[in-house]
Ligand binder design. Structure first.
Ligand code: R5P
Length: 311
């Protein structure tokens, strides 16, 4: 087997390669003067089981194109099997038509990855489980919950914990985490805009007073959902609020928004490479995903069970 990486998250690729005790495949992913992407694999991959790593995070379109061209290069170099390892699957939030005459871009991206020549996909905390069905090739969706639960127990285990979903859509994810935390109680933030143009009303379903709340979500992008939920929980009497969110997209001024929020800590994974702002933040911490991804890759290569990682 071989591990190859495009440019979006080289630190994670190196950590996965170290976990597997393999060198990264020698490849260059470069730009022509007009920003066209050019990929050249400098070693033989004929007949190999190749895992190509790329998160399709910011700049999403460039990173997606790098992934597609890497897959094409591998296919034309006669790799036996190509697995696209996409820890953060961009475009996942566009998984349905929100209105007439709109696209389902997550499905389009799934088609592109498949048509480029991927035989399998491996991702982490897909925005919606159904996205697995957008691919007609085997797709493994790993969960960050066990890694998060271990960290929560180590850091905040002595508190009266309450797991909170920041919106109704995240309840299944929150319930799964609560189960891993000795069946901690669950609360839900229900956002409602009573009339168009009026600001959102945040209702908390569940009694959070006196509790140490742990917000759980798949994506923090602008930070709006997270910081508003943290504020609402504090107003409802929560003693403290920490957040565990798998993918730290953290666009625009999201980091300073988090730094100035009532959150004790925001814990993200390294599915997306940390920017300088994230590294400098006193409130944001990253959990390493290389052991989980590396182990899943090893099991896929050995054709052993991936789901048993989560038993
Ligand atoms: C939405 O359904 C997602 O799970 C996240 O809650 C959302 O993408 C976060 O976005 P933002 O940080 O911009 O509020």
């Amino acid at each position: 087997m071989k591990i190859m990486s495009a440019n979006s998250n080289l630190p994670l690729a190196r950590a996965i390669a170290a976990y597997l005790e393999l060198p990264l495949t020698d490849v260059s992913v470069r730009r022509f003067a007009d920003e066209e992407i050019f990929v050249e694999i400098h070693e033989n991959v004929r007949g190999e089981d190749v895992f190509v790593l790329q998160s399709t995070c910011y700049p999403a379109n460039d990173n997606l194109m790098e992934l597609l061209i890497c897959i094409d290069a591998l296919k034309r170099a006669s790799a036996r099997r190509i697995t696209a390892v996409v820890p953060y699957f961009g475009y996942a939030r566009q998984d349905r038509k929100p209105g007439p005459r709109t696209p389902i871009s997550a499905k389009l991206v799934a088609n592109l990855i498949t048509v480029a020549g991927a035989d399998r996909v491996l991702s982490v905390d897909l925005h919606a489980g159904q996205i697995q069905g957008f691919f007609d090739i085997p797709t493994d969706n790993l969960y960050a919950a066990p890694v998060m639960a271990a960290d929560i127990q180590a850091r905040f285990g002595g508190h009266e914990l309450m797991v909170v979903s920041p919106d109704v859509g995240g309840v299944v994810r929150a319930r799964a985490l609560a189960k891993r935390l000795d069946n901690a109680p669950l609360a839900i933030v229900d956002k409602r805009r009573e009339k168009p143009g009026e600001s959102e009303v945040m209702n908390i379903i569940g009694d959070v007073s006196g509790r140490f709340c742990v917000l759980i979500d798949d994506i923090v992008d602008s930070g709006g959902t997270l910081c508003n939920a943290a504020e609402a929980l504090k107003q409802a009497g929560a003693v403290d609020v920490a957040a565990y969110i798998t993918h730290g997209v953290l666009s625009g001024n999201a980091v300073s928004r988090v730094d100035n929020s009532g959150l004790t800590e925001l814990v993200i994974t390294d599915s997306i490479e940390a920017t300088e702002a994230v590294k400098n933040s006193q409130r944001i911490r990253q959990l390493p995903m290389a052991p989980l991804l590396g182990e899943a890759i090893r099991r896929i290569a050995d054709e052993s069970s991936v789901s048993s990682l989560f038993d």
